[in-house]
Design a protein around this ligand. Structure first.
Ligand code: NAP
Length: 499
């Protein structure tokens, strides 16, 4: 039976500015609510624009000293942070589940990933390379350096509230930048956890600052302020668009990791048992609230009925309940608002005459918490919003396709272009997927997890720039070219004929 989690004491957390844990300059606070129990478990300050400015000033003041440290020394702090995260794994996973709702086993994996981000980017300490190039002239050298940008505003979403923080702070730190972090207002506690360990690792004050508050206020200030050199944000496409407009104030550099609508293609020659397991994980992991979730399934006509009946049977068997319990596969959605969005997609399907063949409503048990049944919708049209808009919940539309080329065309028919999945053992299909699916990630015969050395990047409305990998790291630097004349008699007569 579902056991509701009631927190005995409400935590009152603070913001971290210039090495001090402080309240906001206003009186307001934000309640953090456990999505399984619907009870308030913590408060954080609702920061103001003034607080944001203070945090930016603190980062600006600390950044030059941080950048002067040899990268290996910066890396030492980062490996210490990673070690502390691993030591605090259980506590951090518990906090994550209590504010976000994903099952505890998923939270543990996420916390591991947070540690791994610090370790991976620390490895670049001896590989922050520039170029030394031959000059067109004798006794001259041309050098290209990769310098820190300065102050990085890192804005994170609620669906991976720990890993997204690490994915932004770690590359910023190794490249010599200082950070102002603004986590999602729904899940700020995991960010507080990480920043407490940053402090414990001894990172100099001001290098990492944490500010809590609303995106439209504090977030807007961070994006439009002239002290911000780079905004790195993960979140919805709508917010990304606003941030891009705001950052144009100072022609700010941007990394935007935005929404997705991953197609999941299963072809007749695929290993069906494996494809089924992957299809379940790809849609219902984190209750469907993952940017690389399978958001629409394209099934080969000849296997569709059989595949779908197994898929429905497996989805029905998922155990929904207390995310803290080891037996739980599917927790609640993060908020009532997000559940409402998914429910509206189900209502739309019914209005459009599609068939809800599994789920479609709230479960009787657990009766408390923002739960939604795993929902499978058949007979959906490609033009429907169910196929074109991001659902971001445990609801999957299914479409039937007659040829693999057509499946690729339908997959590409989307304003989003983040992740995509293909299950086939036919070499020709595999290579078509590699070259013709226009998405930033294509998984062939597998479903995640992303690896740190891979570039996480979205085509079209799914983003700008990349995260992870050496390519993501480079976006935290800016290029500088130096032309050095080292001859005894400097001067280029042909440039200065009058001298
Ligand atoms: P969201 O509503 O866009 O919020 C993301 C972050 O942006 C939050 O910290 C939010 O602050 C802040 N924000 C909102 N409006 C802002 C503005 N005008 N200026 C500055 N900051 C602003 O997204 P979410 O609901 O938290 O996350 C779910 C979305 O993230 C989905 O679309 C998902 O696909 C996407 N996502 C993408 C990736 C990827 O790598 N591509 C990974 C994970 C998630 P408040 O919380 O205070 O509003």
């Amino acid at each position: 039976m579902f056991v509701s989690m009631q927190s005995s004491a409400i935590r009152h957390e603070r913001m971290f500015i210039d090495g001090d844990w402080v309240g906001g300059s206003g009186d307001e606070t934000i309640n953090v609510v456990n999505p399984a129990s619907e009870s308030v478990i913590a408060t954080v300050p609702k920061g103001t624009r003034e607080d944001a400015k203070k945090a930016l000033g603190s980062a600006q003041g600390a950044q030059p000293g941080w950048a002067e440290l040899p990268p290996l020394q910066r890396a030492t702090y980062m490996t210490k942070i990673a070690q502390l995260i691993r030591e605090n794994r259980e506590r951090m996973a518990g906090v994550l589940t209590s504010e976000q709702g994903k099952p505890l086993f998923e939270s543990r994996l996420e916390v591991d990933s947070s540690a791994a981000h610090f370790e991976y980017f620390a490895e670049f300490a001896r590989r922050l390379e520039g170029d030394v190039l031959p000059s067109d002239n004798p006794e001259q050298t041309v050098m290209i350096l990769k310098l820190p940008i300065g102050v990085v505003a890192a804005i994170t979403p609620w669906n991976f509230p720990s890993a997204m923080v690490a994915r932004k702070i770690a590359p910023a730190l190794i490249t010599g930048n200082a950070v102002v972090l603004k986590p999602s207002s729904i899940t700020p506690l995991s960010a507080v956890e990480v920043v407490k360990l940053v402090e414990q690792a001894g990172v100099p004050k001001g290098v990492v600052n944490l500010i809590t508050g609303s995106g439209s206020d504090v977030g807007d200030e961070l994006c439009g302020n002239k002290l911000t050199g780079l905004v790195t944000m993960t979140g919805s496409t709508d917010a990304g668009r606003k941030i891009m407009q705001r950052a144009s104030n100072q022609l700010g550099k941007l990394i935007l990791e935005l929404g997705g609508k991953a197609p999941f293609i299963v072809w007749k020659d695929a290993d069906m048992e494996w494809a089924l397991k992957c299809a379940i994980w790809a849609r219902f992991w984190n209750c469907g609230q993952t940017c690389i979730s399978s958001e629409r399934m394209y099934l080969d006509k000849s296997i569709k009925d059989k595949f779908l009946s197994h898929f429905v049977k497996m989805a029905k068997e998922l155990r929904m309940g207390d995310p803290m319990a080891a037996s739980t596969d599917l927790g609640p959605m993060v908020s009532n608002v997000e559940r409402g969005t998914s429910e509206r997609f189900i209502e739309l399907a019914e209005r459009e005459g599609s068939k809800v063949i599994l789920g479609g409503g709230r479960p009787a048990e657990p009766s408390k918490g923002w739960y939604l049944e795993p929902t499978v919708i058949d007979d959906v049209r490609q033009e429907s919003e169910l196929v074109q808009k991001e659902i971001f919940g445990p609801v999957v539309p299914v479409l039937e396709v007659e040829t693999f080329d057509k499946a690729i065309d339908m997959a590409n028919d989307s304003e989003y272009g983040l992740a995509s999945y293909v299950f086939t053992r036919d070499n020709s299909n595999v290579m078509k997927a590699v070259y013709k699916i226009r998405f930033g990630e294509t998984y062939v015969n597998q479903v995640g997890p992303e690896q740190l050395q891979g570039a996480h990047t979205g085509f079209r409305m799914s983003g700008v720039g990349a995260e992870g990998s050496k390519y993501g790291l480079e976006l935290y630097t800016q290029l500088k070219t130096c032309y050095i004349d080292w001859s005894d008699k400097p001067g280029l007569p042909y440039l200065f004929p009058y001298s």
